[in-house]
Design a protein around this ligand. Structure first.
Ligand SMILES: [Zn+2]
Length: 111
């Protein structure tokens, strides 16, 4: 039995400096960027898409990608550019590449 699926991790969080459109408090909206990844036995295999959500620190309203207004979409675009994908989300790929490299070197040395 192989356990696999999708998970996500927060790769960036920043104050968007925007006004909350629900409670109209200034500079209270935080933007969170997530990287989704495929896992096998809870060990990350490879990264997939990025997504975003915002939360107001005052009224706690949470908005997701498709609920963003133009200002939040712009802030998200800029945040996604600077948010880096953690190397550990490539764990299975890195282990697989290392095994292939070792097998190749081993076969070259034995021939
Ligand atoms: Zn608010």
């Amino acid at each position: 039995m192989v356990i696999f699926g999708l998970r996500s991790t927060t790769i960036a969080s920043l104050n968007s400096q925007l006004q909350c459109r629900h409670c109209h408090t200034n500079e209270s909206v935080w933007l969170y960027i997530y990287r989704h990844y495929f896992h096998i036995f809870w060990i990350p295999a490879f990264p997939l898409w990025k997504s975003a959500a915002s939360q107001c620190t005052h009224c706690k309203q949470v908005l997701t990608n498709n609920e963003f207004d133009d200002e939040l979409k712009q802030a998200k675009t800029e945040a996604v550019k600077i948010a880096k994908t953690p190397i550990w989300t490539f764990s299975w790929l890195l282990v697989g590449a290392a095994i292939v490299a070792l097998l190749t070197i081993s076969s070259l040395l034995n021939s």
